[in-house]
Design a protein around this ligand. Structure first.
Ligand code: AMP
Ligand code: GLY
Length: 424
């Protein structure tokens, strides 16, 4: 089969890399891809949200199955368009993807169906008086979120009223999040540990992949600004006990699938549950994403030993119940090498050296890289995902990732030194 993977990050590199193992796959294209993906697939210069361009490519090239990486393509309605044309694709339709691209939709949905989540209020940019009153009477810290997609950066945790007032002003008046910020959710601050759980869904049924943990902040010990994610590890066995997984299934995944379907928004694809687990071991939804997480995927997919393409097809065709998920007993830790300055300003175009010297128990997934002649150079804030493997324990996987993070070099390389520690 000929496959198209949409996207250009470390997540898509991991998806392409795993799909390559499927005996059913004859050729993989990736749009637009990156330098690392280009070594194992054919990169096509079409943007991830260019639905018309992607559709034309799929028809012209007789693609048998398409896998959507990023949320922008889902919000643009790519799955609806492909479904209408009888083309096979992995992911939710636009209305179902609102679980991610509208925080207000997601919060109201959870409230309607008693899915555990932080208390909240919605406000629009015309309600400045109501917002002020609310902020005056709130407990702090509290969390302000832009309603729409903001590349993982639309969330601000405010320590006091002054910060909250400033944040609301920036969103509504300065427009820091553009259209995504014309409505906001103000939400109670939940303090505990986060875990990411991916459910692969077919509209009714689902399977759960091994849990993972991301590291959202730029600085060690979860300090500084929020980023798209600075590293991950899986399986996150310490936090994701069998009891927790059972609660997540019963209190979150099952009511979400059942009620999305009954409201006419059947959910297919990857339901990413971003959860906060409180001291008594109860999960609360911090966010839903409607696609694989990045960088969690880079630590989770290597654990899958059954055919990934079959999993995607089963999801799209409503047959996930008959998919036999097989997993290895390994441990993975994935450290993001970023450009110094990320998530604010940073320089790109720096040559990356040492990629040919990594050890055999390490996989490097490329995130923001491109070819400059024959050189691989940085082209984004998050540049590489250096992923260590161990068949013994997480500690060894972490050590392998860091050993290789040292072997690879570029001028403004920055990475957190504590990825995976919370899993030990
Ligand atoms: P989101 O984009 O919704 O995942 O939020 C980004 C990050 O902000 C989350 O991964 C959490 O670390 C933090 N966050 C979001 N909502 C809350 C909340 N209600 N309480 C505490 N932290 C939060
Ligand atoms: N790891 C966070 C995300 O994919 O949104």
């Amino acid at each position: 089969m000929k496959i198209l993977v949409i996207g250009s990050g470390g997540r898509e590199h991991a998806i392409v890399w795993k799909l390559k193992e499927s005996p059913q796959v004859s050729k993989i294209y990736c749009a637009p891809g990156n330098a690392g993906i280009g070594e194992i697939a054919e990169c096509i210069n079409i943007k991830a949200d260019d639905v018309k361009g992607l559709l034309k490519f799929v028809k012209d090239s007789d693609i048998d199955f398409t896998v959507v990486g990023p949320e922008v393509a889902l919000e643009a309605g790519i799955v609806d368009e492909f479904n209408n044309q009888g083309l096979k694709i992995f992911g939710p339709q636009k209305n179902a993807a609102r679980l991610e691209h509208s925080k207000i939709f997601a919060k109201d949905f959870m409230k309607r169906h008693n899915v555990p989540t932080a208390g909240y209020r919605n406000f629009s940019s015309t309600q400045s008086k109501e917002v002020s009153e609310y902020l005056e009477s709130s407990k702090y810290p509290l969390v302000i979120k832009a309603d729409g997609l903001a590349a993982g950066k639309g969330v601000v945790i405010c320590a006091n009223e002054k910060e909250a007032v400033k944040t609301v002003k920036e969103i509504f008046e300065t427009g820091v999040f553009g259209r995504a910020g014309s409505n906001i959710v103000i939400e109670e601050f939940l303090e505990s540990e986060e875990v990411s759980i991916f459910a692969i869904c077919d509209g009714e049924d689902y399977i759960v992949l091994p849990a993972s943990q991301d590291h959202k902040k730029i600085g060690e010990g979860e300090t500084g600004k929020n980023t798209g994610g600075m590293g991950s590890f899986a399986p996150a066995n310490k936090i994701a006990t069998p009891e927790l997984i059972e609660k997540v299934k019963q209190r979150i995944i099952e009511p979400v699938l059942r009620n999305m379907k009954s409201e006419g928004n059947e959910f297919k694809g990857c339901l990413y549950c971003g959860l906060m687990v409180d001291k008594s071991g109860d999960p609360y939804v911090i966010e839903f994403n409607t696609r694989f997480g990045d960088p969690e995927t880079q630590a989770v997919l290597p654990l899958v030993s059954s055919d990934l393409l079959d999993m995607f097809i089963a999801s799209a065709e409503g047959k996930i119940g008959s998919y036999k998920l097989e997993l290895s007993n390994d441990f993975y830790c994935s450290v993001v090498l970023a450009s110094k300055g990320y998530p604010d300003k940073y320089k790109t175009g720096r040559e990356i050296k040492g990629l040919d010297k990594i050890t055999k128990d390490c996989i490097v997934f490329h995130a923001g890289t491109k070819l400059d002649g024959s050189k691989v150079v940085s082209s984004g804030g998050r540049v590489l995902n250096v992923t260590g493997r161990s068949n013994k324990n997480l500690k060894e996987a972490i050590n392998t990732a860091y050993e290789n993070a040292e072997i690879i070099n570029f001028e403004n390389k920055y990475y957190r030194k504590d990825i995976g520690q919370k899993g030990l």
